[in-house]
Design a protein around this ligand. Sequence first.
Ligand SMILES: Nc1ncnc2c1ncn2[C@@H]1O[C@H](COP(=O)(O)OP(=O)(O)OP(=O)(O)O)[C@@H](O)[C@H]1O
Length: 559
Amino acid sequence: MRYLELAQLYQKLEKTTMKLIKTRLVADFLKKVPDDHLEFIPYLILGDVFPEWDERELGVGEKLLIKAVAMATGVDAKEIENSVKDTGDLGESIALAVKKRKQRSFFSQPLTIKRVYQTLVKVAETTGEGSQEKKMKYLANLFMDAEPIEAKYIARTVLGTMRTGVAEGLLRDAIALAFHVKVELVERAYMLTSDFGFVAKVAKLEGNEGLARVTIQIGKPIKPMLAQQAANIKEALLEMGGEAEFEIKYDGARVQVHKDGDRIIVYSRRLENVTRAIPEIVEAIKEAVKPEKAIVEGELVAIGENGRPLPFQYVLRRFRRKHNIEEMMKKIPLELNLFDVLYVDGASMIDTKFIDRRKKLEEIVEPNGKIKIAENLITKKVEEAEAFYKKALEMGHEGLMAKRLDAVYEPGNRGKKWLKIKPTMENLDLVIIGAEWGEGRRAHLLGSFILGAYDPETGEFLEVGKVGSGFTDEDLVEFTKMLKPLIIKEEGKRVWVEPKIVIEVTYQEIQKSPKYRSGFALRFPRYVALRDDKGPEDADTIERIAQLYELQERMKGKV
Ligand SMILES: Nc1ncnc2c1ncn2[C@@H]1O[C@H](COP(=O)(O)OP(=O)(O)OP(=O)(O)O)[C@@H](O)[C@H]1O
């Protein structure tokens, strides 16, 4: 299949903002795709090459990409760079360079999707000494044979800036539409495997029955079950039907551990493979988790010198570290508190009641210095749970989780089977959708940031406010560096950026607002942390803000 067809799809997607039209376009395209392409085409449609949990990365920045284009076209790298000022988009500039290409090689062949994909895989798998040069040559080879429009979208794929507005929800709907299968079944299969390539293939070849048979697999991360916030212990107990398991809510980073014999993979909250960053935990898991094959979940916590938990940012620092990991192990010791088990020796446990999963967890895990089982209390009594809550806070933890004893595990769902109880209103994780240049001494830095909440229905990020406080000078330098390449549009002092970066903010209150399309505005938002453990689609949704608004009103009522 020609890559040109995919490039034309991208172009059509870019031209419309209508979700239904986009879904139809993607569905029609999927119908035409040969079976053996289905495993990877959904990722290309999303603007990626691999699923988020795949460790491989292209490792190609703008400079190298421009060099590759220059090599393929004979157009000077400086000229390509300069033309970005006119086009406002490197993809466009690269398309222009390809248009100017002096001549095509005699052996020039039209690009196929497979060739582009396989080349990108090769680029990602080329590492070590001299790899930059090799990556560049592979890419140059593609650009030599590319039409201008193809070059534009290859460039965007390489840089991860596709801008076609196709998010997971849309792809899910398109798969259902293309292969006449139920959306709920596509969703379910995706929540269980996090693999759209696999899901698309099953949808096409095995239909609804095949999708219904899909179950979790070791090595493919499962979307985590999530919680809502309760106003207090009493409300939580009531919601749980009078009795619940309360557990300490550790303030760290959630991980999902897949054990297959000696092979351990650890996935982060956003399902990135973080195994390499935490070797001591990997070793400790091998000892502590008894079954040959298992999937368990827990909260990874950084421990301070006094034995008390450190804020979750410390764990994220461990995740980010690629070198001198040994040194980091000493600086930031970790502890894993396991709280769930999803798979044991060949059998999925997600349809097992929570209470039985917890029993299983206690059976299969032999705690050691680094691996523990989350401290719990099963009770019907408000006072008992409140005492436990108090103790958890005194120990420096975030609060408690309440879990419904008879609840099955619901991948990817933020329902009421799990509730969190903590003393403060929930911080929000929002996406930066725009920013404003600072004043005076800070005129070269972006100084305040427009926050968007995710709307899973349309894939849009709707404005809920602007945050300018809580940043250090270093933070602003860092954010300016991160956001500059994501700028889509400039309007005076204001820029609009690709919605990629998630930050956590506190705020004094959520207010109803007619000013914003989202319907809500944050009063006095303040920056807390960069959440690079979350992707834009993991950010808080409009619906969640509406729920928090209700919760806030209930909490106020109590005071
Ligand atoms: N005992 C526990 N059981 C379940 N989750 C726990 C526990 N202790 C800590 N956690 C953490 O609390 C989170 C549950 O809250 P929530 O569903 O809101 O997740 P979140 O969106 O990642 O929010 P947060 O910012 O609070 O981590 C889990 O994802 C996990 O990271």
